[in-house]
Structure formats: C-alpha cells, structure tokens
Design a protein around this ligand. Structure first.
Ligand code: GLC
Ligand code: CA
Length: 556
C-alpha cells in the first residue's frame, strides 16, 4: 500500500469561535489561532482542522454558510486567513478546512434566488416540493428536531432542511449545482490549503421520490428510519466530487460519514478508489447516547473499533477520534473527572491514539477538559439544544428534567472557550466570552498543565512524540487481545520485527492483565500514565484504576 503523508499525521481540531480571541470582542478569531500556532507546534500536531470560518449568520455557528469564499466577519479577513496558512506552513503544519456541501445558509445568494420564484434558474439547486393535503410533503424529521420541511409562503412550496430550518439542503441531483461546488473547492485548493473535513457527506443523496418513512416516530429523528443517510447512489456523488477536485491535489480529505459501515467504508476510502483519505465513523457514539448514565461498555467498544481496524487494514485508512464539537467531553462520558481526571483522560487517550489510523484531538481534550456546568436553559447556545428544549417543553417535560438531560448531552459542553491560563476569562479574551467559560478553568488550563510535572497535556505530547518516532505505531498491524475482558482494552501493533503492546484499564477498579507477552521487561516500558514499580521482570500486571501502559515487544 502507498504511504501518503497523512498516515503519519496527527490532526488537531479547532472550533475557532472558542479557541482564542485576539481583539477583545469575546469571540475567537483567525488572528487568535495564528497567535497560538507555537503552542500547537510545541504539542507536536501536524494538521489543523478549522471548523467553518466562512461568512455565516451563525444559526449553527458557521455550518450555515452564506458565502463559501468569504471569511466570517467576526473571524477576520481573507488576509488574516492567508497569514494563518503561511504561518502554519512555515512551522511545518498543514491546514484543512470544513467543507459544508449538503446545505447552505438561507442567506446564501443561491437560496435567496432559489426562493424568489418557482421558475428561477436556481430553483432546482435546493429541494422544493408541494405540500400534501395542506401539510408537509412527507413525514421526514429534521436531525435537529421537528419536521424536515418548511413552507415558504411567497411561492407556496416547502423546502427540505435536514438540519436547522436556516440550513436548506442543496439538491445534489442538479449538475450545475455540483459544478459550482467543484469550482469553489478547487478555488480553495489552488490557494494552497491542505485538504478538507467534509461535513455530513453521507447525506448528499436522498431516496428517489422522497418517500415517507415506513415507521414515523412523529417528529423525532431516528437514524434507523432514515431516507437521506448513506442512500444507494451517494457514492456516485462522492466519486465525481473526488475526481473533479480532490484527486488532482496532494491533500488529505476526511468525510463525516454517519451510517457508513466498515465494509462499505472500503468503497469510500479504499486505496484503489482514492475517493477520500478517511472517514469519521459514528458507531462508537451509540455506546454512549443510548443510555448516558450507563458506564462504558468496554467489550462493545473493542468490538466496534476492532471491526474498523480489521476491515480497513491494508485496504483503507481510519480516522481515530473520541471527541469533537458535536459531543460532550469524553472524560465526562467514559472517564471519571471527579476522582480520576488525569488517569481517565490519559488512559482513554492511549487506548484510541495508538490504533491504526490518523488520530484527531479536539481542542481542550489534551487538557482532559470535562463537561461544563449549566444553571439554566437560557445558557444553551446551540441551535440543536434550543430546538430540543422547545420540543421537550411541548411534550410537557419540566425544565429541571430538560436541564438534567441537556447538561449531559448538549454540544455546548465541548464548545466552551479554550482555557489558556487562570486569569480572567481564562486568557481566552479580554472581554466576556460569547459562551461561558467552563468554571473549572482555574485548575484546568494550558499554563498550569505546562508547568506541572504530570499533566494530561504533557502526556498527550509524549503520546504524539512516541507515535511519530515509531513506524510500528503508524503502519503496524492491530491485533486485539482479551476480547472479552470487561475492564482492559489491550492490543498489539506489529510491523516486521518491531512491536508494541498497549494495555489500558478503562474502569475505576483495579484490573489484572494475565495474558500472552508475559513476562514483560520493565526496561521495555515505552510509556505509562502512572509510576510503574521498577521490578526488572513483570510477571503479571495489576493495573490501577485507569492505568495505561505501552511496552515494546518482540513479535517474532
Ligand atoms: C455536522 C457538524 C455539525 C453541524 C451539522 C450540520 O454534523 O459536525 O456541527 O451542526 O453537520 O452542518
Ligand atoms: Ca475576536
């Protein structure tokens, strides 16, 4: 298999609104990112993924784009972007942008034209339908709650919006729309950016005829009853997009591909197709979202990750991640921020980071940030949360109940400003930030963790350095050990005569590792998140709560 540069890369995801404010308006911006590039370079990351930076009315914080080739006013100017790109390149880092192809803002000139009359040439660039018996054209629910349709009184038709009603879906069946998108994509690539993360790419294709769902759950979105996710034909769009744009450049592309299975993923990222470099899969989300109160099911996690590892080995490539701007913080989901913040953040890090694939770190994850604290429903900013609140109130649920649910699940949890130090506003801004700072910032911040001897931040830095130095940790084969063990996630990575054994106790109870590769030599220890007793030969490993160790092994 070919070995492109992005196999070796570590990606750092930035939510620009919350990363660093350079001009004191309480909103993060591009100059703020540029000002923190030295931090990212110290950490050791290779690629920066910027969540949308384009002009937008911010109904969904930039995922509603009104000008694909303009910079959001609050974030700065195109000159600021060019400087950010040049400064990143000068430090040997690359920059990928978020490419939102499924929908635009309702303020995009295309949509304004499209809605202006039924025979406007851009009418067909969006999905318009007549109502049915005075109601929506079909029973689809929006992913952000409520119907997926909105009536536009001026022309008497409904438009489709899978996300918020201010994010009308584009009609990918229309060839001129597709060409306009390819022009825009090439324009950015010609500017010298290093690739894209492609938003909601598995939603581009809608089932022909837009049929009703067989089992409507009223207006609640249920992914398994879905006619717009990973539909037959979606790959034709991906394929054409890729041939017209990506394949002409040496770039990295990562598709957000909810619903795509590991077996299907080969078609998306398989080396022979070259359609995308990798995809972000969603399967491990389900382990948490089904019951946010149940602890992590370690066995199920191994099953899910294992399937992706095995299926794509030597045929494609994985994107590895635990956090992003759509999920609550992982130490709050699967770790124990009260008793074992450092241990659980670093054990979870070790577990996913050394698998086969390109690891992604979401800003603040490298500090072990936990969910924030919400005091009232008014504090939620996210459009999805606001829609949920309205929906749950309409269902008659009381506010404290709603608050309890959203405090666990809301996307705002991971969108709080980056805590740089313990000064006012966490060093993020000289003004009050657009979203309240996580109250624990005085203890959990970059400056404090850089100073400390032992911190989640230092551990991530060592993890990145270890991976970068060891081809077996990048290209080696993944083999799972202890498949049925309910506490320990253990696996090996092997490449020729080099090998590593990774073992992570993902629970708050002691766990015993008794297995192959024992005894281990203490001097073969490559990384550990806790002090390991220096007995020269380790006969059996007793792993403390959330203890993680990485040993060199001889696979031959
Ligand atoms: C993706 C983004 C999410 C956004 C949605 C609509 O899932 O990650 O933040 O709200 O698409 O663009
Ligand atoms: Ca600002």
């Amino acid at each position: 298999m070919e070995r492109p540069w992005w196999h070796e890369a570590v990606v750092y995801q930035i939510y620009p609104r919350s990363f660093m404010d350079s001009n004191g308006d309480g909103i993060g911006d591009l100059d703020g990112v540029t000002a923190r590039l030295d931090y990212l370079s110290w950490l050791g990351v290779d690629v920066i993924w910027l969540c949308p930076i384009f002009r937008s009315p911010n109904d969904d914080n930039g995922y509603d784009i009104s000008d694909y080739q303009g910079i959001m006013a609050e974030f700065g100017t195109m000159a600021d972007f060019d400087r950010l790109l040049a400064e990143a390149h000068r430090r040997g880092m690359r920059v990928i942008l978020d490419l939102v192809l499924n929908h635009t803002s309702d303020e995009h000139p295309w949509f304004i034209e499209s809605r202006s009359s039924r025979d406007n040439p851009k009418r067909d660039w969006y999905v318009w339908r007549d109502g049915r018996n005075g109601r929506e054209p079909n029973n689809w629910a929006s992913i952000f709650e409520g119907s997926a349709w909105k009536l536009d009184p001026a022309t008497g038709q409904y438009f489709l919006h899978l996300f918020s009603e201010r994010q009308p879906d584009l009609n990918w069946e229309n060839p001129s729309l597709r060409q306009a998108m390819y022009d825009m994509v090439r324009w950015w690539l010609d500017k010298g950016i290093d690739g894209f993360r492609i938003d909601a790419i598995s939603h581009l294709k809608k089932a022909p005829g837009l049929p009703d769902l067989p089992n409507p759950h009223r207006l609640r979105y249920v992914p398994s009853y879905d006619m717009h996710m990973n539909q037959p034909g979606v790959l034709d769009f991906v394929d054409e997009l890729s041939r017209e744009t990506f394949q002409r450049y040496d770039i990295m592309t990562v598709g957000e591909a909810n619903g795509v299975s590991p077996a299907q993923a080969v078609e998306w990222v398989g080396g022979e197709h070259r359609r995308l470099s990798m995809i972000l899969q969603f399967e491990h989300w389900t382990l948490w979202s089904r019951d946010p109160h149940a602890g992590l099911d370690v066995v199920a996690l191994k099953r899910i990750f294992g399937r992706w590892q095995r299926t794509l080995h030597e045929r494609g490539w994985n994107a590895l991640y635990l956090e992003n701007h759509d999920l609550p913080r992982v130490v709050s989901r699967w770790g124990d921020p009260q008793r074992f913040r450092y241990e659980s953040a670093t054990a979870l890090a070790t577990m996913y980071f050394l698998m086969e694939g390109t690891p992604f770190i979401y800003q603040g994850q490298e500090l072990g940030m936990a969910n924030t604290v919400f005091h009232s429903l008014a504090e939620f900013d996210d459009v999805f949360a606001r829609n949920r609140i309205a929906q749950m109130r309409a269902e008659g649920r009381d506010d404290s109940d709603i608050l309890a649910e959203l405090a666990l699940a809301a996307r705002d949890n991971s969108r709080t400003p980056m805590p740089w130090d313990d000064s006012a506003n966490a060093g993020f801004s000289s003004a009050e930030p657009w979203l309240r700072i996580n109250p624990e910032y005085r203890a959990v911040n970059v400056a404090a963790q850089r100073k400390a001897d032992r911190s989640v931040l230092h551990f991530y830095r060592r993890l990145i350095a270890l991976r970068a130095a060891e081809p077996a940790l990048i290209h080696g084969r993944y083999d799972l050990l202890l498949e049925r063990n309910r506490q320990i996630y253990a696996y090996t990575r092997t490449l020729g005569d080099r090998g590593f054994l990774i073992m992570c106790n993902l629970t708050s109870r002691e766990a015993r590792y008794r297995h192959r590769h024992l005894p281990l030599r203490h001097d073969a220890l490559a990384l550990a998140n806790q002090e390991v007793p220096a007995h020269p030969v380790v006969m059996q490993c007793v792993l403390r709560p959330f203890e993680a160790r990485v040993y060199r092994i001889d696979p031959t």
